[in-house]
Design a protein around this ligand. Structure first.
Ligand SMILES: C[S@@+](CC[C@H](N)C(=O)[O-])C[C@H]1O[C@@H](n2cnc3c(N)ncnc32)[C@H](O)[C@@H]1O
Length: 315
């Protein structure tokens, strides 16, 4: 019996809208070029293949199976973004050279609570591009400037700069290589891009956000564990238009769902972002912030969901 034939699926406009937390009309309009260009078909894993993936996930929860986020990982990020910088310069400034190396082709993903094998090798990269197009129009179109903190190799910075050529787009990261990439992007493409060193653990309050700035973190606050207080204080002091965090958000997992529980344990094992949403809800109760949107995105890489969002602004 060919089980796979029964569970071939596709992400069309309706499914992408549900995943992103928007309307089908928005997805049709804002993501149009990507909808035509990319193949979003996939097959849900079943039987032995699903068991093998579950086993992989369980192995990641064993002692010392994964690297732990925090101060000690700074040299790894520096080395990773240096590699991207070298390729970007050597390969004629191709924007796909700015995609992080940990986004690998041909990997299983998690969709709607199931493991899935995509047809297209670059499904994760293509999905990210499509989601980012929606995100840009939904939360950044009305901003005077865009600041991405923890911008890494700058693929989002480049996209925002190309999409909104009139807006200054600033990429900030604690890795020097990342700032060098921002300079290389600006130099080659002539976009309004600049870069700054910035450490979530010790924010430089000398870096002021211009009025009307929208802030983005994309899989970056992930790296701070419970230590998001200094960055929230920095943001509150700067009164941005809004802050958009696209991150794995621990409070949004369902402990009674098998894949969710494995993802949450993985998230904890890696010391990923913890209780940011809870803290924002406390601040909202105290009248200091307004939470504009919270959405659990039921898409993830093999071991966790990293595309959920919380959007807020100072009250
Ligand atoms: C998973 S990468 C995401 C990069 C980028 N946002 C993207 O989506 O391609 C995490 C980023 O956070 C940065 N980072 C980690 N800890 C940081 C800290 N304490 N201060 C500033 N940046 C940090 C890393 O250097 C890295 O660029």
């Amino acid at each position: 019996m060919n089980i796979g034939a029964d569970i071939d699926k596709n992400l069309g406009v309706a499914e992408l809208a549900e995943l992103f937390g928007g309307s089908p009309d928005e997805v049709s309009r804002w993501c149009a070029p990507f909808l035509d260009a990319f193949d979003f078909r996939y097959t849900e894993l079943a039987g032995a293949e699903r068991d093998a993936m579950l086993l992989e996930a369980v192995k990641r929860l064993e002692p010392n199976a994964v690297s732990v986020a925090g101060q000690g990982r700074k040299p790894d990020w520096e080395a990773g973004w240096s590699e991207n910088l070298t390729e970007f310069l050597a390969g004629g400034h191709q924007l796909d050279a700015l995609v992080p190396k940990y986004i690998r082709p041909n990997e299983v993903v998690r969709l709607f609570g199931q493991y899935a094998r995509p047809r297209a090798p670059h499904f994760i990269r293509n999905y990210t591009k499509t989601y980012r197009a929606w995100l840009a129009q939904r939360f950044f179109a009305d901003a005077a400037a865009i600041y991405e903190f923890g911008c890494g190799p700058g693929s989002h910075v480049a996209y925002f700069a190309e999409t909104f050529p009139e807006k200054p787009v600033v990429g900030l990261d604690w890795a020097a290589a990342s700032v060098n990439i921002m300079e290389a992007i600006a130099g080659h493409y002539g976009w309004k891009v600049s870069g700054h060193r910035f450490d979530f653990f010790a924010p430089d309050h000398g870096i002021r956000l211009p009025e009307g700035t929208a802030v983005l973190t994309f899989g970056a606050l992930e790296q701070v564990g419970t230590n998001h207080g200094p960055f929230l204080d920095y943001l509150l002091a700067n009164k941005p238009l809004r802050c958009v965090h696209v991150e794995g958000i621990n409070e949004l997992y369902d402990e009674e769902n098998l894949l969710d529980r494995l993802a949450l344990r993985y998230h904890q094992q890696r010391n990923y972002l913890s209780n940011l949403l809870t803290r924002l809800q406390e601040l909202e109760k105290a009248g200091r912030v307004v939470i504009e949107s919270v959405h659990r995105q039921r898409f993830g890489t093999r071991f966790n969901d990293t595309f959920s969002h919380v959007v807020w602004r100072p009250a």
